[in-house]
Design a binder for this molecule. Structure first.
Ligand code: 5GP
Ligand code: MN
Length: 347
């Protein structure tokens, strides 16, 4: 006999009661997500905005900088207030809000330039996020780290608020995009039945899986594909440490007419090499070197990013920055990696 699988409740009645109380008096909501927004950040934020609309609550999604072209197909993404493009609009949307949702980050430092604007407000802040150890910056937290994505959390909260599992197709596609991208196209952070039950339900809501997958993953420009080839050709492999890393200078990026989002996903490729359990991508920016870090198994890159690279993230996917000169980053990085040699050999 088929067993009816019951979805686990992640949050308490008390949390939902408090959320409803906040929403009842909300007229204009700000939804803010992290700097360098990814598929989960944009998908979850836009979906929440549509869900609030169904509850007759107006909202604006605000981000500090632009997001990649391969996310522009998401319905509602054209309405996002991007601070780096229109400061006045973004600032105003935060200042006039009577409630602020913070999505897909665990500390206000992750919204960079927007942090001070948010700190100047006095309205309640609600966190919906899946990073460990959220900061004390929030009045109500829907925080659960052993889960695929913030989009999955927004799904779970959304169906509770709306009282139905049938979401409009545009909302379902935004959430599907977040769950797909944050799980590396279902390759990690998704090994539990509820994840696929939700995916199945999103398909019931009309998600065109093949179309969405195509829009996200088959959207390289010729330059981006050539930059990937170049990046892989200059990769350094430290076999004895099970590590591979790639560095890209501003010059490199210029040669390939770099557009925001072009290096997204590059950090995953070295993990396909046999024996490689740690992969790092270092990209030179104006005043720092942006890092993306990925691992296999139990090598904790969140801890590594927090300890050495002013960053954080998850067990197997994290980010941060190096503050040294680009010319010295190889040496600096290899020094740090050497400390982990024993651990990395053991995986
Ligand atoms: P990505 O490498 O795709 O930029 O980021 C991977 C993960 O690390 C994401 O979950 C992201 O939230 C986190 N992350 C990326 N950059 C930073 C950072 O500078 N600080 C912190 N705390 N987390 C980061
Ligand atoms: Mn996420």
């Amino acid at each position: 006999m088929a067993v009816q699988y019951k979805m686990k409740n992640l949050f308490t009645k008390k949390q939902y009661d408090k959320l409803n109380e906040y929403l009842q008096s909300a007229k204009q909501v700000a939804i803010i997500t992290h700097t360098n927004p990814d598929g989960d950040a944009i998908g979850s934020s836009v979906a929440l905005s549509f869900i609030l609309k169904k509850l007759n609550i107006d909202s604006t999604v605000i981000v500090s900088n632009s997001f990649p072209e391969f996310l522009h197909w998401i319905d509602g993404s054209d309405k996002i207030a991007v601070y780096s493009k229109n400061r006045h609009e973004a600032r105003n949307a935060i200042k006039t809000a009577d409630l602020i949702f913070c999505l897909d980050f665990n500390s206000l430092s992750r919204i960079e330039i927007l942090e001070n604007i948010v700190r100047e407000t006095t309205v309640p802040r609600i966190l919906i996020d899946h990073h460990i150890e959220p900061a004390n910056d929030f009045d109500l937290k829907f925080s659960y780290y052993p889960i695929s994505s913030t989009s999955e959390l927004v799904y779970r909260i959304g169906i509770k608020l709306l009282g139905t599992k049938m979401l409009p197709k545009n909302v379902a596609e935004a959430l599907f995009c977040g769950m797909m991208t944050d799980s590396g196209a279902f390759s990690h952070s998704s090994s539990y039945p509820d994840f696929f039950k939700i995916i199945a339900n999103l398909l019931d809501c009309g998600v065109e899986k093949d179309r969405v997958t195509h829009l996200v993953y088959d959207n390289f420009t010729e330059n981006r594909m050539k930059l990937l080839g170049y990046a892989l050709s200059k990769m350094t492999v430290l076999q004895e440490c099970g590590t591979a890393y790639i560095t890209l200078s501003r010059e490199d990026l210029k040669k390939f007419d770099f557009q925001i989002g072009d290096t997204e996903g590059f950090v995953n490729y070295p993990l396909s090499i046999k024996g490689i359990v740690l992969s790092l991508l270092l990209v030179e920016k104006d005043d720092h070197i942006k890092m993306s870090i990925r691992s296999q198994g139990n090598f904790d890159v969140n801890k590594m990013a927090r300890k050495h690279f002013h960053g954080g993230g998850h067990l197997n996917a994290a980010g941060g920055k190096m503050l040294c000169k680009y010319e010295n980053c190889n040496t600096e990085l290899e020094k740090i990696i050497k400390n982990y040699e024993k651990k990395l050999r053991g995986i």
